[in-house]
Design a binder for this molecule. Structure first.
Ligand code: SAM
Length: 204
């Protein structure tokens, strides 16, 4: 069993190295002081596994017309993957300045980029939710922030009616999604990570 687990970890490490080299980016975790969580509402930087990202983006599916937003983008791994697959615009939001700077560097130097990338420094609660069409979250913040983000997305939909989709990976506060009657779940899968896909119901 321990041997199987080690083999699995070696495989994920090799996959991660492959994608980092292919995309020409550096997003793996290093425990630096600024990577400590500020409080329970702000989760620490932990990048999503590449296989989880690609499975989620393809499952959405991410379209060329989408405006994709990674809420809590860290060093920009997810935004670089979305820009590699292709969308109209890719945006990352991150409250730690040092992580933003690394994400900007990764966005600028990445290879095989098909989409423009914009990294915004700030709290996700303050983001302008009136234009995005796909929102990605990987257990980036606590329940208070999840509730605020959902109500801001709903307000953005009323301001600018459109279909939006939300990919929630490691959905620790999945119950908060269920409390929003304007959302419906249309996808769920579980492998090493759990991911849920939600979309807005028509006619909000
Ligand atoms: C679990 S990591 C996910 C990183 C990246 N999205 C990925 O999946 O590879 C969570 C990130 O969200 C950031 N974060 C946490 N709370 C935030 C908030 N309220 N506003 C903006 N960023 C936040 C953290 O600093 C961290 O970089």
């Amino acid at each position: 069993m321990r041997f199987r687990r080690k083999l699995q970890l070696d495989l994920y490490r090799a996959e991660s190295l492959f994608w980092e080299n292919w995309l020409g980016i550096r997003t793996r975790t290093t425990r630096l002081p600024y990577e400590r969580a500020r409080d329970t509402e702000h989760k620490i930087y932990t990048p999503t596994l590449y296989r989880t990202i690609f499975r989620t983006l393809r499952g959405l599916p991410l379209k060329e017309s989408d405006v994709f937003v990674d809420l809590g983008c860290g060093k920009g791994r997810v935004v670089c993957c979305a820009a590699y697959l292709g969308a109209a615009q890719v945006i990352g939001v991150e409250y730690i300045q040092e992580l933003c700077d690394i994400a900007v560097g990764n966005a600028e130097q990445m290879r095989h980029r098909k989409s423009p990338i914009m990294i915004k420094h700030g709290e996700v609660q303050d983001f302008d939710f009136s234009h995005g069409t796909v929102f990605f979250m990987n257990n980036s913040f606590g329940p208070g922030a999840v509730r605020t983000v959902l109500s801001r997305i709903e307000a953005g939909l009323r301001q600018n009616p459109r279909e939006i989709r939300i990919a929630y990976v490691t959905p620790a506060y999945g119950w908060a999604m269920k409390k929003n009657p304007w959302l419906e779940r249309y996808g769920f899968w579980k492998h090493l990570d759990v991911a849920m896909l939600w979309r807005s119901k028509p006619g909000l």
